[in-house]
Design a protein around this ligand. Structure first.
Ligand SMILES: [Zn+2]
Length: 136
């Protein structure tokens, strides 16, 4: 499956470390040192208790499909890249990521075990985390 062109995410000071790690094949989440919440998207304040004492933590990169939908047409998206499986993946650490599952839609259902892979983006020093079924 082709991954070009792909939208390139905005890299901000808050998320730069996340994207840099992804380019090196590491999936980072944030962990609050006050309440223990592990979360994604990588905001600099804990979304639960608003603590600033949050650390980066490398996730296992494994989880399961929490919910998903299949896009068979998408405006501006190349037909070669369709259908596209859009999913919330719940990581073993707890957070849910909005992501793509790079698989035939028939291989994806709620609860499917998945593992992270990273797709390089042309013309950018980042990589996009996507998920693939573990037994596929
Ligand atoms: Zn907290």
């Amino acid at each position: 499956m082709s991954w070009d062109p792909r939208p390139v995410p905005d890299v901000t000071p808050e998320t730069e470390r996340y994207w840099t790690a992804a380019a090196q094949g590491e999936l980072l989440v944030r962990e609050c040192q006050d309440c223990g919440l592990v979360y994604h998207y990588p905001r600099s304040l804990c979304p639960d208790c608003f603590s600033e004492r949050v650390e980066w933590r490398e996730a296992s990169g494994r989880g399961e499909v929490y919910s998903y939908s299949t896009a068979r047409t998408m405006s501006g998206w190349p037909d070669d890249d369709l259908p596209l499986v859009l999913a919330y993946v719940e990581l073993e650490e707890g957070p849910r990521l909005m992501t793509n599952v790079d698989a035939d839609p028939s291989a994806v259902e709620i609860g499917t075990r998945v593992a992270v892979e990273f797709r390089d983006v042309d013309d950018a020093e980042i990589a996009i985390p996507v998920f693939v079924p573990e037994d596929g």
